[in-house]
Design a protein around this ligand. Structure first.
Ligand code: UDP
Length: 374
């Protein structure tokens, strides 16, 4: 058996495996699931031929030159701009909040400067710096936009009061005072022509990497490996010895329809009157392909149970206290490292996962080479 084991064939595990293999180290990768790709796996629908984002919409975006160069080695990327709509009780709007959203919402025709002043008057600030999701929203866009676009969506997505959530979740989204409705600010934004799973498969295709699917991690495997790199949930790895971390699990109801169901790839439903958070129409992610039929998926979020695949780390105060205990346990646990969104219990975008795996590999390889020299 190979001395290095990577648990999880998602982006974090695949990128690390590649870097270790390119440094001449044989790597075994295992994944409990029957397919590679983790939460960004894609698959062509056998019935319609449409490329499906099986675990939610993924649009790759990055401003890291190194990450962009890296992924371009493993497939063709087609430029794509994410433009999201929100269907609300007051009508259909564009997200992120931009000058068009503001003018449409308030029935105005403000210039960028006027809109900035106008929103400033609407914002609500307490004595202290905003410390949670709701305070930050009210201080940056005011209560009306917050209530229509963010409150309901966030309650459905995270299953808790937005005052319990960190402001960092909202800070992911820009607020613009021009008509730019690109969801992301990144330098590069693209979709892989053949889907994310094909890219991850190409990353994993190396003579020193072997992949075993439908192979769940078991503690009994550990003595067979010099080092285990674990990209699953850290609390599961330690069998909840330090307590449970909160995660949200997402599920989807797929349907095949005729024609064009919603006219765009992603529509958010911020209102509490429908139970889903967003609806995805997958063929709009590949506008260079033409289909008469269409596949849609409605996305539902719920608290993660033991048998579920965790998707979003909640990172409430209590979770962070539990996580600190896991970090200190992991720090003194020689022979295992935790990587990726679940291993490090952080809400990471794909490009950050890649950047961190590249960086982690370089540091681990340097330390490994040093230990061999001693
Ligand atoms: N959000 C919201 N309304 C929206 C879109 C996003 O309230 O229409 C909030 C919500 O709390 C969400 C967070 O902003 O979890 C981050 O949104 P993003 O689109 O980055 O979520 P992802 O695509 O990562 O699920």
């Amino acid at each position: 058996m190979n001395p290095l084991l990577i648990v999880g064939a998602g982006l974090a595990g695949a990128v690390l495996a590649r870097q270790l293999a390119e440094a001449g180290l044989p790597v075994q990768v295992i994944d409990a699931e029957p397919r590679i790709g983790g939460n960004c796996c894609t698959e062509r629908d056998p019935q319609t031929g449409i490329m499906l984002h099986l675990r939610g919409p993924h649009v790759f975006h990055t401003s890291h030159e190194e990450v962009w160069r890296f992924i371009n080695r493993f497939g063709e990327w087609v430029p794509y701009v994410s433009r999201i709509k929100a269907i609300t009780e007051r009508g259909v709007y564009g997200l992120p909040i931009n000058l068009h959203t503001i003018n449409q919402f308030f029935g105005t025709a403000l210039t960028p400067g006027e809109a900035r002043e106008f929103l400033k008057e609407k914002t609500v600030r307490g004595k202290n710096e905003p410390s949670n999701f709701e305070e930050h929203a009210k201080a940056s866009i005011g209560p009306e936009l917050y209530k229509t676009f963010f409150r309901g969506y966030t309650v459905k997505q995270w299953g808790c009061d937005p005052r319990e959530l960190p402001a960092s979740i909202l800070k992911r989204l820009p607020v613009r005072f021009d008509y730019n409705d690109n969801y992301f600010d990144s330098t590069y934004q693209a979709i892989p022509r053949d889907g994310y799973s094909a890219v991850i498969e190409a990353i994993l295709t190396h003579p020193l990497i072997s992949v075993s699917l439908e192979t769940p991690w078991e503690r009994a495997m550990r003595p067979f490996f010099e080092h285990v790199f674990f990209s699953g949930a850290i609390d599961r790895f330690y069998e909840y010895a330090e307590g449970r971390l909160g995660y949200r699990t997402v599920s989807w109801s797929f349907a095949t329809l005729v024609g064009d169901a919603q006219g765009t790839a992603v529509i958010n439903f911020p209102g509490l009157e429908v139970p889903w958070t967003r609806m995805v129409e997958h063929k709009h992610f590949t506008p260079w392909e033409r289909f008469d039929n269409t596949v849609i998926s409605k996305e539902f979020s719920r608290e993660s149970a033991d048998e579920d695949l965790p998707c979003y780390p909640k990172r409430l105060e209590a979770d962070l206290a539990v996580m600190r205990r896991y970090v200190s346990r992991a720090t003194s646990d020689v022979g295992v490292s935790f990587i990726g969104r679940l291993g490090t219990y952080r809400y990471l975008d794909m490009d950050i996962v890649i950047a961190e795996s590249l960086d982690f590999a370089a540091r681990w390889l340097a330390a490994h080479a040093e230990s061999r020299r001693l």
